[in-house]
Design a binder for this molecule. Structure first.
Ligand SMILES: [Zn+2]
Ligand SMILES: [Zn+2]
Ligand SMILES: [Zn+2]
Length: 569
C-alpha cells in the first residue's frame, strides 16, 4: 500500500502511515492509528510513573508499602498477597453492558480491582524504594533496572554493579554519573562512552583508560583535555582538579560541558545495527523511529526501551515480546498483545491491565493464569471468541469520546484521562516537557506537588567541600536540595546520604551530591535527547541529510555517519 498522510487527532499535525506499517496493522487486525507517533508515545508514557512514590498499606496484610499509586480508591497489594490465594480475583467480574461504552466498562473495572503496588519481575531483593525492577538486588531509588546489584539513583540500568546516578547504561561496575554508556569500570561522568576504565568527564570515547575531560577519543591512555600526556603529567593534571571537592568537581563539570559542546556528535547513537532509525539503538535490525532498543531486537517501530523483542509497534518498556501493538511492559515471553499494560508472560491479550500468565483475555484487570475472560468474567472458549468479535464491532460503532473530543475506536490505546497518574509525575514529562497550562489545555491530568514538610537538619552550604572532611554523622542529616522544591524537576526538597553511597564516594575520592536524586536525574537528562526526530543536514558541509534527535537549534556539531567515521576513529 502507498503511504497515507493523516492529521493527528491530538496535536493536529500531519503524520504519515508508511507502506511498511500497513502489513503489520493487517496482521494484527487493527485499524491504522489516528494519533501521530509522538502523541501515541505520550499517550503511553502517561501510564509510566516511576519517581512519584507513595506510602500505602497492603489491602490484605496491611504491610506498609512504597507504591507507584497514590490513593485513588483502588486497593494495592504487596507482591506476596497479590500472587497468593487469599483473595478472589474474580470478585469484580462484570457482564458486558451493551448499553455502555466498552472502554468505560474497562475503566470501571480498573478502579475496583486490586493492583500490585509496584512493577517487579523475577527475584527482587532489598529494593523497596524503586520501581520496575527485574531480577536485581540492593537497587535503591532505581527505575527500570535489569539484572543489577548494588545500584543507586539510576534509571534504565542493565547488568550493572556498584554504580550510582546513571542513566541508560549497561554492564557498568564502580561507576557514577554514566549516561548512555556501557562496559565502563571505575568511570565518573561519562556520556556516550564505552569500554573505558579509570576515567572522568568523557564524551564519545571508546576503550580509553586514565583519560579525563576529553571527547571523541579512541583507544587512548593519559589523554587530558584532548592532549596526550605522560603518566606523570596526567597524574599531576588530575590532582590539580581537586575532584575530591565539590568546588573542583563542579569546575571540571563546567569545563566538560564546553568540551561536550565543541565535540563532534554523531547524528544518532546507533551501534552495531542494520536499517535503524531513532536513537540509542544497539545490536538490532529494522528499527524505525524507536529509542533505547537493545539486545537483538528486530522489526520494532515507534517504540522505546525495548530489549530482546521482535515485531512490535508502539510499545514501551518490553523485555522479550513478539507481535505486540500499543502496549506497556508486555514482558516475559509475551506473544500477541494489543492495547494492554503490564500483562506479563501472557498471549492473545487485548485491552487488559496487570494480568499474568494468562491467554485469550479481553478487557480484563489483575487476573492470573486465566483464559477466555472478558471484564474478568469466565466464558467458554466458543462464547469468548463470539463475544470478542462482537465487542470489537461494538467499540467501533460506539466510540469513546474523551473530555477534549478525541475519539477512541477499537485499536486505539486508552484515553489520557484513564491514567492513574498525572502528566507531571510520568515519563511523558521527561520526554515531552510542557507546563501546567499547556497540559490542562490538552486534557492531560496535572497535579501540584503536595507540600513535603521535611525537617531539614543541614543546608548544602554546610556539607563539607571535600569528601575527606565528611564524617559518618552525615548519615543522620536531612539535607536541603539546592533546587528547593522546583516542580519542573519533581524536586523532593530534601535528601539523605545512604551508608553505601558514603562508602562509594569515600572510596572514589569524589564529593557528596548537593541535589536530591530527582533533580540529579533531570541534570543527567540534559545529555539525553528527547524522543523526537528532526531532519537535518550534516554540519561538516558534505550535504548529507539525516534524521536526528538533535533539534535544529542545538549548538552541537552534528555529523552524518560518513563524516563522523572520517573524523573520529
Ligand atoms: Zn500528534
Ligand atoms: Zn531537588
Ligand atoms: Zn557529513
Amino acid at each position: 500500500m502507498n503511504p497515507e498522510t493523516k492529521t493527528c487527532q491530538n496535536c493536529k499535525n500531519e503524520f504519515t502511515i508508511e507502506s511498511d506499517d500497513f502489513s503489520f496493522y493487517e496482521k494484527m487486525k487493527v485499524p491504522p492509528p489516528t494519533f501521530c507517533p509522538e502523541c501515541r508515545m505520550i499517550r503511553r508514557l502517561v501510564w509510566r510513573n516511576v519517581r512519584s512514590l507513595h506510602r500505602r498499606e497492603c489491602g490484605l496484610c496491611h504491610k506498609i508499602l512504597i507504591s507507584m499509586y497514590s490513593d485513588d480508591g483502588a486497593p494495592v497489594y504487596c507482591t506476596e498477597c497479590f500472587n497468593g490465594d487469599e483473595w478472589d480475583i474474580f470478585a469484580h467480574a462484570q457482564d458486558i453492558d451493551w448499553s455502555k461504552n466498552f472502554l468505560a466498562q474497562i475503566y470501571e473495572l480498573f478502579k475496583l480491582q486490586p493492583r500490585v503496588y509496584q512493577y517487579r519481575i523475577g527475584t527482587v531483593i532489598n529494593s523497596d524504594y524503586g520501581n520496575s525492577v527485574v531480577n536485581s538486588k540492593n537497587a535503591y531509588l532505581c527505575f527500570s533496572v535489569l539484572d543489577s546489584e548494588d545500584v543507586m539513583y539510576s534509571e534504565n540500568i542493565d547488568r550493572s554493579r556498584n554504580s550510582i546516578d546513571c542513566l541508560s547504561v549497561q554492564d557498568l561496575d564502580q561507576c557514577s554519573w554514566n549516561i548512555i554508556s556501557n562496559k565502563n569500570y571505575n568511570c565518573h561522568f561519562l556520556v556516550s562512552s564505552h569500554s573505558c576504565i579509570d576515567s572522568y568527564f568523557l564524551y564519545d570515547c571508546v576503550n580509553c583508560q586514565n583519560c579525563c575531560l576529553s571527547t571523541n577519543q579512541r583507544n587512548q591512555q593519559f589523554v587530558f583535555k584532548n592532549k596526550k600526556l605522560s603518566k606523570e603529567e596526567y597524574q599531576e593534571a588530575i590532582n590539580n582538579l581537586y575532584l575530591d571537592t565539590y568546588e573542583g568537581f563542579e569546575k571540571a563539570k563546567k569545563e566538560f560541558n564546553i568540551f561536550y559542546k565543541n565535540a563532534i556528535h554523531k547524528y544518532a547513537g546507533i551501534i552495531a545495527s542494520q536499517n535503524a532509525l531513532g536513537d540509542i539503538i544497539s545490536n538490532s535490525k529494522n528499527i524505525y523511529k524507536s529509542y533505547d532498543v537493545s539486545d537483538s531486537c528486530e522489526d520494532i517501530r515507534y517504540s522505546n526501551r525495548i530489549i530482546k523483542s521482535k515485531e512490535m509497534f508502539d510499545c514501551s518498556f518490553v523485555l522479550s515480546g513478539e507481535l505486540v501493538y500499543e502496549c506497556l511492559s508486555a514482558s516475559g515471553n509475551t506473544f500477541k498483545q494489543i492495547c494492554s499494560i503490564f500483562c506479563l508472560g501472557s498471549k492473545n491479550i487485548e485491552y487488559s491491565l496487570f494480568c499474568k500468565n494468562s491467554s485469550d483475555c479481553f478487557g480484563c484487570v489483575g487476573l492470573k493464569n486465566a483464559q477466555y475472560c472478558i471484564l474478568n468474567k469466565q466464558y467458554s472458549r466458543d462464547e469468548y471468541f463470539i463475544f470478542v468479535d462482537k465487542i470489537k464491532k461494538f467499540m467501533t460503532e460506539n466510540l469513546y469520546i474523551d473530555s477534549k473530543g478525541r475519539k477512541y475506536t477499537y485499536g486505539e490505546f486508552y484515553p489520557f484521562e484513564f491514567s492513574p497518574y498525572h502528566y507531571n509525575e510520568t515519563l511523558a514529562l521527561d520526554n515531552f516537557p510542557i507546563g501546567k497550562e499547556e497540559a490542562l489545555t490538552l486534557g492531560y491530568p496535572w497535579k501540584e506537588r503536595e507540600d513535603r514538610s521535611h525537617a531539614i537538619t543541614l543546608v548544602v552550604d554546610n556539607v563539607p567541600d571535600s569528601i575527606h572532611e565528611v564524617s559518618e554523622s552525615i548519615l543522620t542529616e536531612v539535607i536541603a536540595c539546592s533546587n528547593g522544591g522546583n516542580q519542573e524537576y519533581q524536586c523532593t526538597t530534601a535528601f539523605k546520604i545512604m551508608p553505601a553511597e558514603l562508602q562509594f564516594y569515600k572510596q572514589k575520592n569524589l564529593p557528596l551530591p548537593r541535589y536530591c536524586s530527582n533533580c540529579r536525574h533531570y541534570q543527567r537528562l540534559i545529555y539525553k535527547n528527547s524522543m523526537q526526530l528532526y531532519t537535518r543536514q550534516c554540519m561538516n558541509g558534505c550535504g548529507n541529510t539525516f534524521q536526528s534527535t538533535y533539534a535544529p537549534n542545538r549548538p552541537e556539531k552534528v555529523y552524518c555517519e560518513a563524516c563522523y567515521q572520517k573524523e573520529v576513529s
